[in-house]
Write a protein that binds this ligand. Structure first.
Ligand SMILES: Nc1ncnc2c1ncn2[C@@H]1O[C@H](COP(=O)(O)OP(=O)(O)O)[C@@H](O)[C@H]1O
Ligand SMILES: [Mg+2]
Length: 318
């Protein structure tokens, strides 16, 4: 099956001269949940805006459902739903009218039953006759999602959907995303909440300074780049790591009360049995131990900061 979204050699240089995207190539399969991760200013919104026809590319080609987003704009755009990063819904219109209109704009026939379902799924049904300007920020965001879904798009873009929203909306949003995926909708999201990408996404792309530096199946990425750590709480604090343990990459933490051993998550167990045996022989006791696997966030921060020098780590979390 051809990809539902195909991006080839896409470059964007803004009028200011800033090169926001550099030769992006990406193919997204139908039904995927793809998470695009990257620090602020990396080019995520620019990429989404080009695909949705809001920003024009400097070079390259984008096909949505086989339609060129420039020469076949209407057909391409009708396949796409966009929940933009910025709220733009300070209108006098009611929720019902806005969502119904949005459906009509894409040439879909009226279907009050479908609109009702979307509003109910997003807990907006009770608010359907309210004017949008009277709603809270969280409710407005729900309206933006309902608008994006009004014309039954096959590809849904969620640009920072959970930035600054309450827990309830985040939970509802992920329930919705799972439901859409079951119906074969392709979802592309950007997020700063990496734990969400970790939980939701099938594939992950990392973008930094306009370059797509990595695209990988999530499980593979976690395996390939993940590190595991074994931490031992020592019975007696140590001043230094004894020479007898020098063959393991160990570090002392908590003023010598903890011994930490890092190893690749992808490989075997490291060499834990031999380490514990040797510690026993040297008379080093421990009262507790735990292991920890690096999260996608750890991986992401180290990837981005590798490219940007050490300042990048902080930037990635902003
Ligand atoms: N309309 C614009 N004109 C000039 N530069 C822009 C414009 N929009 C975004 N940029 C710049 O392009 C870069 C990428 O921005 P953006 O796509 O919004 O990144 P992200 O969504 O990853 O935070 C940033 O340096 C930003 O300042
Ligand atoms: Mg953005």
């Amino acid at each position: 099956m051809p990809p539902v979204l195909s991006i080839k050699n896409l470059t964007k240089t803004y009028a200011s001269g800033l090169c926001a995207l550099k030769n992006i190539n990406l193919a997204i399969d139908k039904g995927e949940i793809f998470a695009l991760l990257g620090p602020n200013g990396a080019g995520k919104t620019t990429l989404i805006s080009i695909v949705c026809g809001i920003v024009t590319a400097s070079e390259g080609q984008v096909l949505a459902g086989g339609h060129d987003i420039v020469s076949g704009y209407r057909a391409a755009r009708s396949m796409i739903g966009l929940v933009p990063q910025e709220l733009a819904t300070d209108t006098f219109e009611t929720v019902w009218a806005t969502v119904t209109l949005s459906r009509g704009l894409f040439g879909r026939r009226r279907d009050p039953g479908y609109v009702e379902k979307v509003l109910r799924d997003l807990s907006l049904w009770d608010k359907r006759n309210d004017r949008i300007m009277t709603l809270s920020g969280g409710m407005k965001r729900r309206v933006m999602i309902a608008k994006a879904l009004a014309h039954e798009p096959e590809i849904l873009f969620l640009d920072e959907p959970t930035a600054g929203v309450d827990v309830e909306l985040r939970r509802d949003m992920w329930t919705m995303v799972r439901g859409l995926r079951e119906r074969g909708v392709t979802i592309i999201l950007t997020t700063h909440y990496i734990e969400e990408a970790e939980e939701m996404a099938d594939r992950i792309g990392v973008i930094s300074k306009g370059e797509l530096i990595l695209v990988e199946d999530k499980a593979t990425l976690m395996k390939k780049l993940g590190k595991k750590q074994l931490t031992l709480q020592l019975l007696e604090p140590m001043g230094a790591i004894p020479a007898g343990l020098s063959r393991w990459p160990l570090a002392l933490r908590s003023e010598g009360h903890e011994l930490e051993y890092s190893f690749d998550a992808g490989g075997d167990r490291g060499d834990i049995p031999a380490l514990l045996r040797t510690m026993g022989e040297l008379g080093i006791g421990y009262k507790d131990l735990n292991t920890r696997q690096s999260s996608l966030e750890d991986i992401f921060v180290s990837l981005v900061s590798e490219r940007a020098g050490h300042a990048g780590g902080a930037e990635a979390r902003s």
